[in-house]
Design a protein around this ligand. Structure first.
Ligand SMILES: Cc1cc2nc3c(=O)[nH]c(=O)nc-3n(C[C@H](O)[C@H](O)[C@H](O)COP(=O)(O)OP(=O)(O)OC[C@H]3O[C@@H](n4cnc5c(N)ncnc54)[C@H](O)[C@@H]3O)c2cc1C
Length: 461
């Protein structure tokens, strides 16, 4: 609990219009896409790295938690104030500082919405590929903190593949720059990489330096419907094996299709068990050739229907269905646990078979969709909190899911991070010496444990 005296001091650092401790203002900052709820003591909207540094000085002196927050679209609870404290809302870091067309580099503040930045670079025929499905909500700072992936990761990689350097404030108050503003650089430890994916537990990111690439000249979106989920993911493996690297290769099972069909009007053919959303891009001639090969593979694999709209708008409609999935699943049950495990791409059919069995054993609706091209499947376990025993059943299913993923040499999270929701399971994947080393790193950055406590580690650090 932050005392009244300290709240007053914080208000004077930020100015009253950029600080609040009024209960009605705090409520929205106590939740995120996990829909879990905690209550912060106050929210600060800093405008400069210097203000953040002063907040940290006070936090170390008075020992209160500081929790960085972008847009609150995180799916593992990373921005939740689990021990109360001060939310550091990065909304005012909202400027695109520079798009350097000669060097293909951009500097951007961390509170800028991902889609806003992408649109700005595309206006000058450049391209920033990372595109989480939350692109219209999430911030670049949140993307860096979670090392966000996205729909185009199969071909273009994830956030870490584009970040060259960072501006950041350490929890001990120092304002630092990591990495470079050049195409490459190797001086000293790679602190940029260390901060990427650190889930707001090592530093607050204020500025992101990214590399850009030329905008692909041509894009083609396709959709293939299959009778079974197994046939669908086997098609993914064959596409990958045949050395085609699509921009996106997204999977949706029957439950997901049922949910989006109503809202988006997908009109899936009768007997559809799953679908693939595929995109190729690049040079027009080459992309068209790849699209033809993708169609051949899909029909050889028994696709019930293959759609290849010639108009951009129709292609967009197919993407709309994909973006709608996560929210549309709430039609089935008011609550869900969303996991984003990764398994080897060659073993996805085996994994899908396991999932079908898991749903039968626990008699709960389960839905799977996601970035099949990366082996990154979003497993959603749906339940109703109000029905006694349903949450417990869902939690048991999550544990069984994770045990299977580890047995398959997969990973517990491909993009959403550990946060609070996966912290109890992290020892399944990380060995004791590795977790202890991570603990020592955390202590080196944040000796008093004031920055985003209660995240990643299964015990108090
Ligand atoms: C519908 C939907 C679809 C999604 N699709 C994808 C997807 O395809 N791929 C994917 O990777 N993710 C996806 N996500 C998850 C989420 O959008 C990403 O993790 C995103 O990067 C979070 O950004 P944010 O700004 O909302 O961060 P927040 O949720 O506010 O915070 C997330 C974490 O980042 C930290 N943080 C935020 N800003 C900073 C900063 N400036 N400095 C230091 N730490 C910071 C927070 O402390 C927290 O730990 C999806 C979420 C939703 C709701």
């Amino acid at each position: 609990m932050i005392s009244e005296r300290v709240l007053k001091e914080l208000a004077s650092v930020l100015g009253p219009e950029h600080f609040t401790s009024r209960c009605e203002d705090l409520i929205t900052f106590g939740t995120d896409a996990t829909k879990l709820r905690f209550m912060p003591d106050a929210v600060a909207f800093p405008g400069t790295p210097d203000e953040i540094s002063r907040i940290f000085q006070l936090a170390n002196q008075e020992r209160f938690p500081v929790i960085p927050r972008g847009a609150g679209s995180g799916k593992s609870g990373g921005a939740l104030p689990v021990e109360g404290g001060l939310i550091l809302a990065m909304d005012r870091f909202n400027r695109i500082l520079e798009i350097d067309e000669r060097n293909l580099i951009a500097r951007v503040e961390s509170g800028v919405i991902t889609a806003v930045f992408q649109e700005a670079v595309e206006k000058v025929d450049l391209f920033y590929p990372p595109d989480p499905a939350s692109i219209h909500i999430s911030t670049l700072g949140g993307n860096v903190a979670e090392c966000a992936g996205g729909l185009r990761a199969v071909k273009y990689g994830v956030t870490r593949d584009y970040v060259l350097g960072l501006g950041a404030v350490l929890p001990t108050g120092e304002i630092i720059r990591t990495g470079v503003v050049t195409a490459k650089g190797v001086v000293g430890y790679d602190l940029t990489r260390l901060l990427i994916g650190s889930e707001g537990t090592l530093a607050v990111v204020t500025e992101v330096v990214v590399r850009l690439i030329p905008k692909p000249a041509y894009r083609k979106t396709m959709m293939a419907f299959f009778e079974t989920a197994a046939a669908t993911v086997e098609t993914v493996s064959e596409i990958i094996r045949s050395r085609i690297v699509p921009t996106a290769l997204e999977f949706m099972d029957k439950t997901c299709i049922g949910c989006v069909d109503e809202s988006v009007g997908l009109s899936a053919p009768k007997g559809t068990g799953a679908l693939l959303l595929i995109e190729v891009d690049g040079d027009k001639g080459l992309a068209r050739k790849e699209a033809t090969r993708v169609e051949e593979i899909c029909s050889r694999r028994g696709a019930l229907e293959f759609r290849s709209p010639s108009r951009r708008k129709q292609g967009e409609k197919l993407w709309e269905a994909r973006r709608d999935v996560s929210e549309s699943l709430y039609k089935l049950r008011p609550d869900k646990i969303s996991e984003d495990i990764v398994v080897p791409r060659s073993r996805m059919a085996h994994f899908i078979g396991f999932l079908e069995g898991l749903a039968r054993t626990h008699t709960l609706p389960m839905a799977a969709y996601g970035h099949a091209g990366d082996g990154n499947i979003h497993v959603n376990i749906l339940f109703d909190e109000k029905i006694p025993g349903e949450r417990e059943k869902a939690q048991t299913a999550v544990k069984e899911l994770f045990l299977k993923v580890i047995e398959m040499k997969g990973t517990l999270s491909g993009e959403h991070g550990v946060g609070v929701t996966k912290a109890p399971f992290v020892e399944m994947e990380l060995s004791k010496p590795v977790l202890e080393l991570m603990g020592r790193l955390k202590k080196a950055f944040d000796p008093n444990g004031i920055l985003n406590p209660g995240k990643i580690f299964p015990y108090k650090i």
